[in-house]
Design a protein around this ligand. Structure first.
Ligand code: SF4
Ligand code: SF4
Ligand code: F3S
Length: 264
């Protein structure tokens, strides 16, 4: 790894909440500093750039000029159908995205907003928010859904591309199989209670204190593909279900309109 040149990365933020960036910088294996100083050269990012304004815009243009076909475009957030809802640096963000997408080696759609439309697309979807795939022609796109995605999944995908020089194997929806091949339900720490028919009926009942299955209080684990139950969050410590919260299916398309999230 040390002998390889760092891969240029441009990270665009579109209609987003910055939660995906917040998740990314909390990666523990590899550590964020190792990703940023040894693996990638983050040429443009609205959260972490030292440069700002025209300097930052210039850095993005230089990537397009000097690294066409070599850089990775990371995208957080959805795109509005209508021009005028999202302007960055005085330019319609959709036009910037299309230009940067065309010159990229690959696009990482980080988070459920970029992958599926996400919260900005929630009914009545006032901006006409769409997943970024709606605006890509030929460049390969890797979907890394989650609201936000797990930090080590985000860095793991980049690590794969850098280490093997190719994209990871994807499923029929464009997600890396390594991280999205199982349902939460398949690996859930409460699964034995589901199989035994022992369910939490309300959040303050005895079953809740015993750690029973959360299906009857709204858990979407049986229909959600993600690595939370295997990799867990915050460096492998826990995940929503382990801490008593039903999975709301945050990595699945349409989760934002498929509530209620909790049924008792
Ligand atoms: Fe925020 Fe979730 Fe969208 Fe990421 S996917 S930008 S965390 S709303
Ligand atoms: Fe399945 Fe959810 Fe119950 Fe876990 S808590 S076993 S994911 S229904
Ligand atoms: Fe999201 Fe469910 Fe994991 S809500 S964080 S996919 S447990």
């Amino acid at each position: 790894m040390e002998t390889k040149e760092r891969v240029p990365v441009v990270w665009l933020q579109l209609q987003d909440c910055t939660g995906c960036s917040e998740s990314f910088i909390r990666t523990t294996h590899p550590k964020a500093e190792s990703v940023l100083l040894d693996m990638i050269s983050l040429e443009y990012t609205e959260v972490l750039s030292a440069a700002a304004g025209h300097q930052a815009e210039e850095a993005m243009k230089n990537v397009l000029k000097n690294y066409k076909g070599e850089y990775i475009l990371a995208v957080e957030g959805s795109l509005p159908e209508d021009a005028g809802y999202l302007t960055v640096g005085g330019v319609d963000a959709k036009e910037t995205f299309k230009e940067m997408a065309e010159g990229a080696k690959a696009i990482l759609a980080y988070g459920s907003c970029a992958a599926w439309g996400g919260i900005p697309a929630a009914g009545p979807n006032p901006t006409g928010a769409k997943p970024i795939t709606s605006f890509v022609k030929d460049t390969p796109v890797i979907l890394v859904p989650g609201c936000p995605p797990i930090a080590e999944v985000m860095t793991g995908v980049i690590g794969h591309i850098i280490t093997f020089g190719q994209l990871p194997e994807l499923d029929h929806l464009g997600r890396p199989k390594a991280f999205y091949r199982h349902r939460i339900h398949d690996k859930c720490n409460r699964r034995a209670y589901f199989d035994a028919g022992l369910f939490v009926e309300s959040f303050d009942d005895e079953g809740s204190k015993q750690g029973y299955c959360l299906y009857k209080v709204g858990c979407k684990g049986p229909t959600t593909y993600n690595s939370c139950a295997e990799m867990r969050w915050n460096g492998g410590i826990s995940y929503p279900i382990q801490s008593g919260n039903p999975c709301i299916g945050c990595s699945e398309a349409g989760f934002w309109d498929n509530g209620p999230f909790y049924t008792r």
